[in-house]
Design a protein around this ligand. Structure first.
Ligand SMILES: Nc1ncnc2c1ncn2[C@@H]1O[C@H](COP(=O)(O)OP(=O)(O)OP(=O)(O)O)[C@@H](O)[C@H]1O
Length: 574
């Protein structure tokens, strides 16, 4: 993402805003000159009605252009923020999982939400401010020089001293503001840390400790915020002292010269007005420069995040042929080796085939690489060597959209999003009709559950599907997957103990699903293993054995151990 290019897309509005600001400034600059002429006309006893009308018109024009400038620049800023967030959102959703998982979620959030607005608004507004303030300062100085260059030198002397002090203060403001942003960010991260694990905090009786920690972080943010406010409060008064000093000198010396006749009263009045007009844009200029510095830091953070690598653009790959390819296996691994990077391979020379129908259970000790197999099938990760195929197609030669429509993934922990039950059900297949929904609910054994909810399908679920039990959430995710009519369902079973009824319902749902497509289940329960048509035993990234329960109980020591210790002692009896 290139913010400069985004800003260039809105150059029409930006240029209009800056031009309005410049014309408004020109209208401001003309006012003291016209008032000087008014004084001249009054002194000379000439008609003044025309001049008064011109001055009033200038005031109105100045006000209208000032308002227009603020609105147009603000609007351009919001447009730029909108584009930046839209592009960033799309890039995050299309990012590669392995790169996304390296990021801190709190940091991604603050870069996408607040850094984008700081970067874009500050830069649009501060840049516009620089143009108009600079024009005002230069205009005032030139017109003051034309009126009286000696008075100008005196003024510049006083204001220059005040400006140096202001610049030093402005620098401190910038540093303090950066520290304050970091402290506010640290508070946000601290809050996210505890709110994300609120039940753990409560169960550990750590509320008081964590409240203290949050208060400490909030106090740091408060301290640095007060420092910013204090320094900011100094800026204007420092410049005001400079103005008051120069005003006193200009009036004293100017009046003396008016008395001797070397300066007209009209020119002195105009000069004093320019003096007032000069100060505010001078301060604005300092502040805008400081803001641009802050904005640059935010731009840097946004651009860094936007550089996150993307899933490959696979539109060049051929479209799948409409005739369903005959495939002997729903999923095939041929000599697949894969590692996450440092630490060596997690899957080693894995070869396996999952038939088009039926339930295939994967069992293995913790860390054997079971979830990693699923990651490769969905192509969240890619094999270092060997081939993974789904429905007869090499996953690396299939468009991601096509691949992921062939595969339904039912995760263990977070299968649902917040929203209604219906939203969740239709998530992968938004255009499914009522008959298909009813069929999916029936197959996933969810009809009774939905009927028992207060608003049926329109019941609103909390974040991550809270409001349903673990087993119900998984069955809803199975129903969602069934609506998609995939060729393969990947099921990572819930590990938590389920009651006998829920377990039976889940088992029935899986059996139903496996009549229509291949179900590949990471099995944590003996009920799944016992009903499986075939079982793959994975150990240390290798396929150790394949077979049915009876055969593996007889032949495979690791399976026997898993079946008796991990999956439940009752398996020995089965
Ligand atoms: N994102 C990751 N980055 C680095 N290593 C990882 C990552 N995910 C998993 N691993 C490592 O890969 C190995 C296999 O992990 P995987 O999650 O596939 O095992 P598993 O068989 O599903 O285990 P469990 O039954 O405990 O869920 C583990 O040693 C794990 O530490």
């Amino acid at each position: 993402m290139n913010l400069r290019r985004i800003a260039a897309d809105h150059r029409g509005l930006l240029i209009t805003g800056v031009l309005m600001g410049l014309f408004g400034t020109a209208a401001t600059l003309a006012q003291p000159w016209l008032i000087g002429r008014l004084i001249d006309s009054v002194s000379a006893g000439e008609a003044i009605a025309g001049t008064i009308v011109a001055i009033a018109a200038l005031f109105l024009l100045d006000a209208a252009l000032g308002a227009g400038h603020a609105y147009v620049i603000g609007r351009a800023g919001e447009n730029i923020v909108f584009d930046a967030r839209r592009i960033l959102g799309a890039r995050l959703l299309r990012s590669r999982i392995r790169d996304f998982q390296r990021l801190q979620q709190g940091d991604v959030f603050s870069r996408t939400v607040s850094d984008t607005s700081i970067a874009c608004l500050v830069i649009a507004q501060a840049l516009a401010q620089v143009f108009t303030s600079l024009f005002m300062v230069v205009g005032c100085v030139v017109l003051m020089a034309r009126l009286d260059w000696r008075l100008l030198l005196t003024t510049v002397g006083c204001l220059a001293a005040a400006s140096v002090v202001s610049l030093l203060v402005a620098r401190q403001v910038r540093l303090a503001a950066l520290a304050n942003r970091a402290n506010v960010g640290a508070f946000g991260t601290g809050l996210q840390r505890v709110l994300g694990a609120l039940t753990t905090v409560k169960a550990s009786r750590a509320e008081e400790r964590e409240t203290g920690e949050l208060a400490r972080l909030a106090a740091r943010a408060r301290r640095s915020g007060i420092r910013v406010t204090g320094l900011n409060a100094l800026l204007m008064p420092v410049m005001n002292v400079g103005t008051q000093l120069s005003l006193a000198v200009v009036i004293a010396w100017g009046m003396a010269r008016v008395a001797t006749g070397s300066l007209s009263a009209a020119d002195l009045t105009a000069f004093v007005m320019y003096l007032f007009y000069l100060v505010s844009p001078l301060v604005m200029l300092f502040m805008a420069v400081g803001q641009i510095q802050q904005g640059r830091a935010a731009v840097q953070r946004v651009v860094e995040l936007a550089a996150i690598p993307q899933e490959e653009d696979d539109r060049r790959l051929p479209e799948p042929s409409p005739a369903a390819e005959p495939a002997a296996s729903a999923v095939r691994f041929d000599n697949v080796t894969f590692g996450y990077g440092a630490g060596g391979p997690v899957l080693r020379d894995v070869s396996l085939a999952v038939p088009e129908r039926g339930l295939t259970a994967i069992v293995g000790p913790s860390g054997a690489g079971k979830t990693t197999l699923f990651q490769l099938i969905e192509r969240f990760r890619e094999a270092d060597s060997g081939t993974v195929s789904v429905a007869g197609r090499d996953v690396t030669a299939t468009r991601l959209n096509d691949l992921r429509s062939l595969v339904g993934y039912v995760e263990q922990d977070v299968p649902l999003l917040s929203g209604t039950v219906r939203d969740n059900l239709l998530y992968a297949q938004p255009d499914a009709d009522e008959a298909e929904v009813a069929r999916a609910l029936r197959m996933a054994c969810l009809e009774d559950v939905v009927a028992g909810l207060p608003d049926g399908l329109d019941t609103v679920l909390g974040e991550r599907g809270s409001g349903l039990s673990g087993g119900q959430r998984q069955r809803l995710a199975i129903a969602r997957t069934l609506l998609q009519r995939p060729r393969v369902i990947l099921l990572d079973e819930v590990t938590a103990h389920l009651d006998a009824d829920t377990e039976a319902a889940l088992r029935d749902a899986v059996t139903e699903a496996s009549r229509e497509c291949a179900v590949l289940a990471i099995a944590h329960r003996i009920s799944t293993v016992a009903q499986a048509d075939r079982i793959i035993v994975l150990e240390e990234g290798r396929v150790r054995a394949t077979g049915d329960h009876q055969a593996l109980m007889a032949d495979d020591e690791v399976y026997r151990r898993l079946a008796t210790r991990q999956l439940g002692p009752e398996s020995v009896l089965s």
